[in-house]
Design a protein around this ligand. Structure first.
Ligand code: ZN
Length: 345
């Protein structure tokens, strides 16, 4: 991240980036000694604490003579493709550059690329962009709680960092271990880390043990031994905690379903539901086939038999009760079950 090898001349193979080369830019950044980006110091300093400090102490290009088109050069070790996207995100998010406005973010953002951008943003302390990228991790965590990712996507049009760019983030089951690693790297909160561990758990025992080999680079991603043990230990507790939470919610005298009885039935709809639920627990990797827009707590009630034992009114009330209860389960119970509190200190 700091200027290095100041006496080494710029290699002749240096390629000027086609997207990020602003003619009146006043700094040149060279990624991995191969691709050069020219842009404004002010933009970098506005977005990144690390660049701001670098420029304010005058080390950028001051101590060495390396220049390109008479502009100071700073060498960086980041992969050029990811660094280009990082710069494009900076440029397209809230720093007006009227003389240059053709930030060309790709329509499709793969998880590995998002991963790389977020690590770069974290490394350079990009304080404006990082919270927005963290929101995307939060979105992935939300999707994780709904069941196996499969081939999932998040439309980023509403996200400030990608506003108007119509970018879609793509991620799949294969990315669960990398996503877990990323949450740790950027210091995400325990509920987000737990959601990624949960995603690993619902991929099944072979995934937990052997991980996954990525087609792109042939590298095997595997859980650390510590996380493997964490997941295996958590599995039975996850099921039991969820069962208890669903039953307690349905039978609580404070629940909406209890306070709005549909009649003097015995057993009540909620009791009938609990009886069947306790005898026929849904699996951990509960998926909702057929229904496109499923929210996590829906899964419990969409479990194939549940509608048949409740009237429509009670079904609706219990759905609302579970919505509240599941929030606690995801945000508070899961981090405890995965013992994330103990490692954060
Ligand atoms: Zn009822």
């Amino acid at each position: 991240m700091s200027p290095s090898d100041s006496n080494t001349p710029t290699p002749p193979t240096l390629q000027r980036d086609a997207d990020v080369w602003i003619e009146d830019g006043n700094i040149v950044l060279v990624a991995k000694r191969s691709v050069a980006f020219r842009l404004y110091r002010g933009l970098l300093a506005y977005h990144s604490t690390v660049f701001r400090d670098m420029f304010s102490i005058g080390s950028a290009g001051a101590e060495d003579d390396e220049k390109m088109d008479d502009i100071p050069v700073v060498h960086l070790t980041d992969p050029p493709d990811a660094f280009r996207l990082f710069l494009l995100v900076l440029i397209s998010s809230g720093f007006s550059t009227p003389r240059w406005s053709h930030a060309k973010l790709p329509r499709q953002l793969s998880f590995p690329m998002f991963d790389a951008i977020m690590r770069i943003a974290h490394k350079y302390e990009a304080t404006h962009v990082l919270p927005l990228l963290s929101c995307l991790l939060g979105e992935m965590a939300d999707q994780s709680r709904r069941g196996p990712w499969g081939d999932n996507r998040v439309d980023l049009s509403d996200d400030d960092a990608f506003a108007g760019s119509r970018v879609t983030l793509y991620f799949s089951n294969d990315d669960a271990i990398d996503a877990l690693d990323l949450t740790r790297h950027v210091g995400a909160e325990p509920s987000i880390v737990a959601a990624m561990l949960w995603q690993c758990c619902i991929q099944g025992p072979i995934y937990l043990r052997d991980g996954i080999t990525h087609d792109a680079d042939g590298v095997v991603r595997r859980l650390s031994e510590e996380d493997y043990v964490r997941c295996v230990r958590a599995l039975p507790q996850l099921l039991l905690a969820r069962r208890d939470m669903v039953l307690q919610t349905a039978l609580s005298s404070n629940s909406l379903v209890a306070r709005r009885p549909c009649g003097a039935k015995s057993p009540t709809c909620a009791e009938a539901f609990c009886d069947k639920y306790a005898r026929n627990l849904p699996p951990l990797n509960l998926t909702s086939e057929g229904s496109g827009e499923v929210i996590p707590y829906d899964g419990e009630l969409l479990w194939h038999w549940s509608r048949s034992c409740m009237c429509q009114g009670c079904y609706g009330w219990l759905l609302q009760d579970l919505r509240v209860a599941f929030k606690t389960y995801w945000c508070s119970d899961l981090p405890k079950i995965f013992q994330l509190e103990s490692i954060s200190t």
